[in-house]
Design a protein around this ligand. Structure first.
Ligand code: NAP
Length: 247
């Protein structure tokens, strides 16, 4: 049995490990966005498939029996493509999506999109931007005159506004390191998206400790009709189910 794991997350790596442990043939797929990605065990392919049509061809020509979409909750494009291609190829698909974060403070400002996050963040004076490289352009104009610290994994081409500081780092982060960074840059506003999970949660606790505002971009709604599980263990159980009950 061959399982395609659409990856790019810690959960996808853990899943690949567990499936290999259970002697399932796994191919993990990465988009190829990050320069030195953390690689899962087992076979890995890197790069886009070429939209729904390309993924459909891949599924058909590589003998894929089941697909686990373990991509990031904000990776909307590949999740939509997977839903459509698997439906067309009649290959079972499950979405592994970790739960979103819970607001223990009751004070987070939840917003629907990055543009709204940028507008709300403009009310702050020291902004910590942790929403990732792909949406940075949405913040440049609204926060162009602000003091901003941006954290991204790899360096980016192009110029940032003069008041912006770019920090390159990759999680996991600790409460102490997040608190230190936020104090160093005198952060009063944290902008993040509801990625969920423990690896990047510490910034939320540090913000609460320092009394900084938290602006949280809500998750996009995933493709309809796709079965979703919340844990790696549940995804493994789904893969190991008899094929007939997976459809
Ligand atoms: P996206 O917008 O949903 O996808 C854009 C295109 O990238 C897809 O249409 C597909 O190209 C390709 N792609 C995405 N994920 C792929 C995968 N796992 N394997 C092969 N091709 C993939 O994706 P994204 O938000 O840029 O995220 C890219 C990757 O980074 C994902 O694997 C995701 O898990 C990981 N990631 C994303 C975030 C985030 O905040 N978005 C955070 C952490 C990690 P084709 O149409 O050519 O097939």
């Amino acid at each position: 049995m061959t399982v395609l794991v659409l990856g790019g997350t810690g959960e996808a790596r853990a899943l690949a490990q567990l499936l290999c442990d259970n002697e399932v043939d796994v191919v993990s797929s990465l988009a190829g966005r990050v320069r030195n990605p953390r690689l899962p065990v087992g076979a890995v392919r890197i790069g886009g498939f070429g939209g729904v049509a390309g993924l459909h061809v891949y599924l058909r020509t590589h003998g894929v029996d089941a697909v686990v979409d373990a991509t990031h909750p904000f990776a909307e494009g590949i999740s939509a493509n997977a839903a459509e291609a698997c439906r067309a190829a009649r290959i079972p698909l499950v979405r592994l999506q970790r739960p979103g974060w819970t607001d223990n403070t009751g004070g987070w400002i939840r917003v629907a999109c990055h543009d709204e996050a940028a507008r709300v963040a403009a009310g702050g004076s020291g902004v910590f931007l942790t929403t990732g490289r792909q949406t940075l352009d949405r913040f440049v104009e609204p926060l162009g005159k602000h003091r901003v610290v941006v954290r991204i994994v790899d360096p980016l081409d192009g110029e940032f506004p003069p008041g912006w500081t770019v920090v390159h780092a990759r999680g996991p982060y600790t409460f102490d390191s997040e608190r230190t960074l936020m104090r160093e840059y005198d952060v009063d506003t944290l902008v993040t998206k509801d990625s969920g999970g423990d690896l990047t949660r510490a910034k939320l606790d540090a913000a609460a400790d320092l009394g900084a505002r938290v602006i949280m971009v809500n998750r996009p709604v995933g493709p309809p009709g796709v079965r979703t599980v919340a844990t790696v263990g549940d995804a493994v159980a789904w893969v190991l189910e008899p094929a007939v009950s997976r459809i």
